[in-house]
Design a protein around this ligand. Structure first.
Ligand SMILES: O=C(O)C(=O)C[C@]1(C(=O)O)C=C[C@@H](O)C=C1
Length: 431
């Protein structure tokens, strides 16, 4: 679904931003991890960070040739046209100095009346990072977005840094502007956030943790607006999907439009004084942007949970003293035919899988199969993302991956990290 927004103020109609040629700093650890031509899979991972980095980050024997390359400037431009809160970004958006970002952006729990920080855009990625005591955590969206709440859950005292695109959050960490990124990967009602799966592969960050956040949606409108006045509801596509049945039950058979984040939708309605438009967003967004809550808890199921992953420049050392999960991505020259063999490596070791996702293999999306009698058929090629419940410090996980490696042409460990075990109850108001 594309954003179809109303007549825009001037700053929204300027040319879309081109991504600058920013090369992330080449860290020694990355070179070491990705250059290994053959894999020496250890029987056990040593306790040092170096051991872990070199043995776990990449397991493929032909990684260098198989790795999807960073896109050219041209393709990046097509792929990542910038937008702020669902609007196209303009090239001359003012650059916010980091000092300003640091002082105005606060912990997600801080509800003080100071204006919320503007979302970091791609043009903000050039300033040198400020190094403070607080952990700086990049998230996509503007203050009041669920991703900001997830950043606060993952790192309670962090400085949350809003970014206008997922891509910017990845780059913020790569360029040392942020220490971590917290990004949604799947929702219990809406399913996977595919963009982030693709970006996980394209970038070299490591998954170092996960948080599950109960998501409680509200229908927000300007003060005094009643449901009968509405002819449009805007929000993040995931939020629209999570509330579809409830909107219909409420008699809101009005146009739905997708924007970049939920809080950005609320901000947009408020900034443009749209009295015929409602936003689906959090109660905190209502508070921040002066909106009224017309309906509380409009998600189609009260157990509406989004899973976020935390990303860092370096992996954490996997442990066995608490439940860990490991995320991998792999591909095979023979496509889906080997999937059963690959997955049996986990089944035989009693390792549970918690998630399987497939995405188009963008470097080689189609395989032609020639047969002189039947003609030429084409198969789509996929990358498979699998999460399994074991730590890379466990021998059974190492053996499973050694076996997986035999069946795959490309294999990368995205991270081995503690499972979010925090108990949660169906969503409450005010989340
Ligand atoms: O728009 C937001 O508030 C977000 O944080 C993004 C996002 C998502 O991408 O799924 C996060 C949680 C909810 O599932 C809805 C939207």
């Amino acid at each position: 679904m594309q954003a179809l927004l109303p007549p825009s103020p001037n700053y929204l109609t300027k040319p879309a931003l081109r991504l600058p040629r920013v090369a992330p700093p080449r860290l020694a650890v990355f070179k070491c991890a990705y250059r290994s031509d053959s894999v020496h899979f250890p029987n056990s991972v040593g306790s040092s960070r170096a051991d872990w980095q070199s043995s776990c980050a990449i397991l493929a024997s032909n990684v260098v040739s198989q790795q999807p390359q960073p896109p050219s400037d041209k393709s990046r431009t097509a792929d990542h046209v910038g937008s702020v809160n669902g609007h196209k970004t303009s090239v001359d958006l003012e650059i916010v100095p980091m000092e300003k970002l640091s002082s105005s952006s606060s912990s997600p729990d801080d509800k003080s009346s100071s204006p919320p920080p503007r979302a970091l855009t791609i043009t903000d990625l050039s300033p040198a990072p400020m190094h403070g005591a607080q952990l700086r955590v990049a998230y996509q969206g503007v203050p009041g977005a669920y991703s900001e709440a997830a950043a606060g859950k993952a790192y309670p005292k962090c400085e949350a840094i809003p970014c206008d695109q997922f891509e910017v959050a990845f780059q913020a960490v790569e360029l040392w502007i942020a220490d971590r990124a917290v990004l949604p990967v799947e929702n219990s009602l809406g399913g996977s956030i595919h963009r982030n799966y693709d970006l996980l592969l394209r970038h070299r960050l490591h998954i170092v943790g996960e948080v599950q956040l109960p998501v409680h949606h509200c229908l927000l409108a300007l003060p005094g607006v009643r449901k009968e006045y509405l002819n449009r509801v805007i929000s993040h596509p995931q939020a629209l999907a999570q509330c579809e049945l409830t909107l219909t039950k409420l008699g809101l058979n009005v146009v739905r439009e997708a924007v970049d984040d939920t809080a950005g939708a609320a901000e947009f309605v408020a900034a443009n004084n749209l009295r015929d438009t409602a936003a689906i967003a959090s109660a905190r967004a209502a508070e921040l942007y002066g909106m009224e809550i017309l309906e509380n808890g409009i998600q189609d199921d009260s157990s509406n949970v989004t899973r976020f992953v935390m990303l860092a420049r370096e992996p954490i050392i996997p442990r066995t003293d608490r439940p860990f999960k490991t995320s991998i991505v792999f591909a095979h020259d023979k496509g889906t035919s080997v999937l059963f063999k690959v997955l049996s490596a986990f089944a035989f070791r009693n390792i549970s899988l918690t998630k399987i996702e497939s995405r188009p293999h963008r470097n080689r999306p189609i395989r032609l199969v020639s047969d002189s009698n039947e003609g030429t058929a084409s198969h789509f090629e996929y990358l498979f993302y699998v999460d399994f419940e074991a730590s890379m410090a466990e021998v059974r996980a190492q053996n499973a991956l050694a076996e997986v490696q035999e069946f795959t042409s490309f294999l990368r460990v995205l991270g081995s990290y503690p499972i979010d075990m925090t108990p949660w109850s169906p969503s409450r108001g005010g989340d």
